[in-house]
Design a protein around this ligand. Structure first.
Ligand SMILES: [Zn+2]
Length: 324
């Protein structure tokens, strides 16, 4: 049987239904919980989050189930007991991440951690559980620190992630697809096939012109169009925003070149952002309210939409250990 780790237990890939592959219940910088401007009571957090997840569940009805992949790594406000409670209340499967969004958001405790230490940490969270929550991570987060160049700690995290992925079979997703050469070298050296890696945010406004798409595709990597909805048309767009039509055109270029197996799409929205105001009006439900209608208008049919959000994602999330 295929296996995927969710916060409420291990399920088969066929049970995932529609998958939003890169989302956040709440993401923040380390220490954000101490910022008095952004303190939220548990009631406020639930109040902001539950309706969005319920709507997500409702929007996915025709696919039979809803899966929300929570892309917040260690140190960025990850809260497993909260995810468990949300999943139980809303019926949405939640897949939690081990790993780090980027080396620059890892607390000093991890700064000098060896590759072996980090590998053990990720493997433990995937096979035993995260803290004392009893929940196992289903995916490994890695990322490029600010500055669009991999830092030394980023490289160590990537290498540990590659080893942990081979041991546990959990896939990897990256924050940013820029400076991919060192990443591709590490995955090749460690013997991890790149179809186990989603190179994320290949569609954002600030990365354009900085991504070697050909190298990623040639290596067999998966390309993440996972910031859908951060549109410049928003009233107060974030610095990584992009014109809606331009992002869609970029995505369609991949789909129309027969690369549908190598792309994944998501909104990277925060249900209830931590320590920052978030982006007003942007939720995981953008996928249903804007993206899927846009795709349909461009002649993309249901089977292709299923391929993107059901089959590609199920294949990617299925635990697939790789022996040497
Ligand atoms: Zn994200």
């Amino acid at each position: 049987m295929t296996r995927v780790n969710t916060v409420l237990g291990t399920i088969s890939a066929a049970e995932l239904g529609f998958v939003a592959i890169h989302e956040h219940i709440g993401y923040g910088m380390p220490g954000c919980e101490l910022d008095s401007r952004w303190w939220k009571t548990p009631e406020e957090r639930y109040e902001e989050t539950v309706p969005k997840l319920r709507k997500f569940h409702e929007n996915t009805q025709k696919w039979g189930a809803a899966t929300f992949v929570e892309a917040t790594g260690i140190c960025n406000g990850r809260d497993i007991d909260y995810y468990k409670s949300l999943s139980a209340k809303t019926g949405v499967h939640i897949v939690a991440s081990t790993g780090f969004v980027g080396g620059d958001t890892a607390l000093p405790f991890f700064e000098r951690a060896s590759v072996e230490y980090l590998t053990d940490q990720f493997v433990h969270e995937i096979t035993v559980g995260i803290g004392d929550s009893g929940a196992k991570a289903g995916i490994i987060k890695v990322g490029v620190s600010r500055g669009f160049k991999m830092k030394e700690l980023d490289l160590r995290i990537y290498r540990a992630a590659a080893r942990a992925s081979k041991i546990t079979g959990a896939p990897i997703f990256t924050h940013l697809a820029v400076d991919c050469e060192p990443a591709l070298n590490i995955f090749a050296e460690e013997g991890l096939p790149c179809h186990r890696v989603l190179f994320g945010h290949a569609d954002d406004g600030v990365s354009q012109g900085k991504i070697n798409e050909k190298a990623l595709l040639d290596a067999g990597g998966r390309i993440g169009f996972d910031t859908f909805g951060y549109d410049l048309e928003l009233p107060d767009p974030p610095f990584w925003g992009r014109a809606r039509a331009e992002r869609l055109k970029h995505f369609l270029r991949f789909i129309n070149s027969g690369l549908v197996d190598q792309v994944l799409a998501s909104a990277d929205a925060n249900c209830s952002p931590l320590g920052w105001p978030g982006v007003k009006g942007h939720t995981v439900n953008y996928l249903f309210e804007q993206l899927i209608p846009d795709l349909r208008e461009e002649g993309i049919d249901d089977s292709l939409i299923d391929q993107l959000f059901v089959h590609n994602t199920a294949d990617f999330l299925t635990l697939q250990p790789i022996s040497d």
